[in-house]
Write a protein that binds this ligand. Sequence first.
Ligand SMILES: NC(=O)c1ccc[n+]([C@@H]2O[C@H](COP(=O)([O-])OP(=O)(O)OC[C@H]3O[C@@H](n4cnc5c(N)ncnc54)[C@H](OP(=O)(O)O)[C@@H]3O)[C@@H](O)[C@H]2O)c1
Length: 351
Amino acid sequence: MASVRKEVSNKQLILRDYVTGSPKESDMYVKTSTIKLEIPNGSKAVLLKNLYLSYDPVMRIELKIRSSLPIPLSRHYLGTERLFGWPISVTQFSVLVSRHLDYKEGDFVWGPAIWEEYSLVKEPNLTKIHHTDVPLSYYTGILSYPGITAYAGFYEICSPKKGEYVLVSSASGTVAQLVGQFTKLMGCYVVESAGSQQKVDLLKNKFWFDEAFNYKEECDLNAALKRYFPNGIDIYFENVGGKMLDAVLLNMRDHGRIAGCGMTSTYNLDEPERINLMFIIYKRIRMEGFSAIEYFHLYPKFLDHILPYIRESKIVYVEDLAEGLENGAAALLGLFSGCNVGKQVLVVSRE
Ligand SMILES: NC(=O)c1ccc[n+]([C@@H]2O[C@H](COP(=O)([O-])OP(=O)(O)OC[C@H]3O[C@@H](n4cnc5c(N)ncnc54)[C@H](OP(=O)(O)O)[C@@H]3O)[C@@H](O)[C@H]2O)c1
């Protein structure tokens, strides 16, 4: 690209240290350094300009002390300064300079992210974006891992059948808004739970789910679920864990299915919560955890499925955009207090 300057400033979001308890904005800070817009001869690196960064609740686990992590993660913070970045968080970039045969300058790609304006990626493993008639920011959510999560979790794990009764938690979030719409397309009855009246109104008036309720206003979740599912729940798409899961187990139908997608309510806890799992046996429930990464081979099939629905507005998608790395920490913390309405995205640059 002829007009590219040789060296530019590069803002990065840095984590001061691993966090115990609830994270604070002061746990992170923005640092500005410079980066050369060039790649050494013989290297297969690409230089990316980050456009949109994705937030995922599981980033909270990344902030914890390494030894307390429940699963071994192959890569945490990079370098001694602990650049903040989640290896499977999705980001949508444009390729600025490339010496890799698979990527050329001007390509749009998505893949693992570092929270900075420009990234030099020495061994790129990025997914090319071929459909640019939809907003590029969608490739941080509905058209990347959260989308695959909803698709694989619902169709592969839940084994849904027309007419079944489905509950989805964390309903205005990225994954849940899509799962809810898949359930409607399948001809199921869907109830979604969310943490504010604003979100409940959105679920009823924009997504047209059958019912939605504010779990924070229900002093007895068991009674609330009995109200919405007098004959029980066939499928629960689990995003929050904790008290909701406890109440759901009491209300599942025999041979019901639970997709273990995430447990956001537990991510800030230092000790795991106890759940009464006996009902899995009493009701012969199948509960299966899954990771979207293992279903990445379905990505082309998923795109074929979802893109026509998006283009025809038969699937709608709500995003919550924060602007600039300076606001990156605040928006991340907002995810854990339910401030986001829809997919939380950080806009690093629009061009
Ligand atoms: N298995 C996989 O491969 C995979 C892949 C992607 C995501 N996930 C998981 O799927 C779940 C949904 O992800 P998402 O990206 O769609 O995120 P999301 O639902 O947008 O997550 C943020 C929402 O979580 C809710 N929340 C925050 N703190 C909570 C708490 N203490 N208790 C209950 N709810 C809380 C808030 O909604 P309310 O205001 O409604 O409470 C907040 O708006 C997450 O658990 C994530 O880790 C799993």
